[in-house]
Design a protein around this ligand. Structure first.
Ligand code: NAP
Length: 320
């Protein structure tokens, strides 16, 4: 099979297309023939070698894919050959024509969801759900600012928050991104590149602030976020690419919380709840992953460059 292989950490050009033997499933495993692969920012951090979690070299990147069950190992009863599935995790990496998964990493893909959309679920939608519902404890009637609403996690957050009856404010840096965020269900959208955007957000809430913030770039925004929260508000830190200085007094006067999250910390029982909710949302149409761009598997390096550029408009996927 064709697969991307990383022999040494480094720039995007270390992502090389090679020929490898297709893996075979053993007990409790599922082999998926991949039709689309989700590209997530974390795969660029891992590839660079600067991330806390480092795989043993050489490795094939990726956890998110969608495709068809090609083979199942012993004791697998939940899936059969030919089933449409998406993956949220992989034993051998998803940047390949076949990916081997533990059965717990495989989920049914509803018929109304394309393979490209299926590749956009594993990390982005699960992260948005964990941030909004499990860590953020969102309640209907509350307001949420999705800071970075135009990317994979942000669009998922907008759709989930609307489905849960929240008032949704979003940010994006481009006009096209802001239009997309509104189309996905935000009530109001702001430009996170504009100098006066925190004042605009505060005025939009009648100076009360928002109940929750889902934060995609905390190193840039956390200090301001703390001034945008309503009393009892909480910021869920989803993404951060550096350090930041904050004024803790802003949390004291509002009795507000800063809550971090990393998807791979999710306990198995809560992960199961997440995918149960996501599959139902996909089926009923409240969750509709948006694809920004498709690249061929051989163009994985370009996809890694694109996913780190500003001007997001949904999910970047690879097609083997
Ligand atoms: P993505 O598809 O590349 O989207 C990135 C988003 O961040 C875009 O909406 C972008 O908006 C926005 N952004 C850029 N500069 C910003 C700023 N100054 N303020 C606010 N937003 C800004 O990435 P993603 O998959 O959605 O992931 C988003 C972040 O969450 C990444 O940092 C990723 O590493 C992290 N993440 C964390 C977890 C976890 O478990 N904690 C899981 C998944 C992702 P524009 O392009 O419009 O500027």
């Amino acid at each position: 099979m064709k697969a991307i292989r990383v022999d040494q950490f480094g720039e995007p050009d270390v992502l090389r297309l090679v020929e490898l033997p297709a893996p075979q499933p053993t007990v409790g495993q599922v082999l998926v023939r991949v039709h689309a692969i989700g590209v997530n920012p974390v795969e660029t951090y891992t590839r660079s070698g600067n991330y806390a979690r480092k795989p043993a070299l050489p490795y094939t990147p990726g956890s998110d894919a969608a495709g068809i069950v090609e083979a199942v190992g012993g004791e697998v009863t939940a899936f059969k050959l030919g089933d449409r599935v998406y993956t949220a995790g992989s034993l051998t990496g998803s940047y390949a024509e076949f990916t081997l998964c533990d059965v717990s990493q495989v989920h049914p893909l509803p018929d109304n969801v394309s393979f490209a959309q299926g590749a956009a679920i594993g990390v982005p939608y699960a992260t948005a759900y964990r941030a909004l519902i499990q860590r953020g404890q969102a309640r209907s009637g509350e307001s949420v600012l999705i800071h970075g609403a135009s990317g994979g996690v942000g669009i998922a957050g907008v759709q989930l928050a609307r489905a849960h009856g929240l008032k949704v404010l979003g940010t994006a840096s481009t006009e096209a991104g802001r239009q997309l965020v509104m189309q996905q269900g935000a009530h109001q959208v702001f430009d996170h590149g504009a100098a006066d955007f925190p004042g605009k957000i505060l005025r939009a809430t009648g100076n009360r602030g928002v109940d929750m913030i889902l934060e995609m770039l905390a190193n840039q925004n956390l200090a301001k976020d703390l001034t945008l929260l309503a009393p009892g508000g909480r910021v869920v830190v989803i993404g951060s690419r550096g350090r930041v200085e904050i004024d803790p007094r802003e949390t004291m006067v509002r009795e507000s919380d800063i809550r971090g999250m990393v998807l791979f910390n999710t306990p198995p029982a809560e992960l199961k709840q997440i995918h149960t909710a996501l599959i139902e949302g996909l089926k009923n149409g409240s969750l509709r992953p948006v694809i920004a761009r498709e690249f061929a598997l051989a163009e994985a390096a370009q996809a890694h460059i694109a996913v780190m550029q500003s001007g997001a408009g949904g999910k970047i996927v690879l097609v083997p």
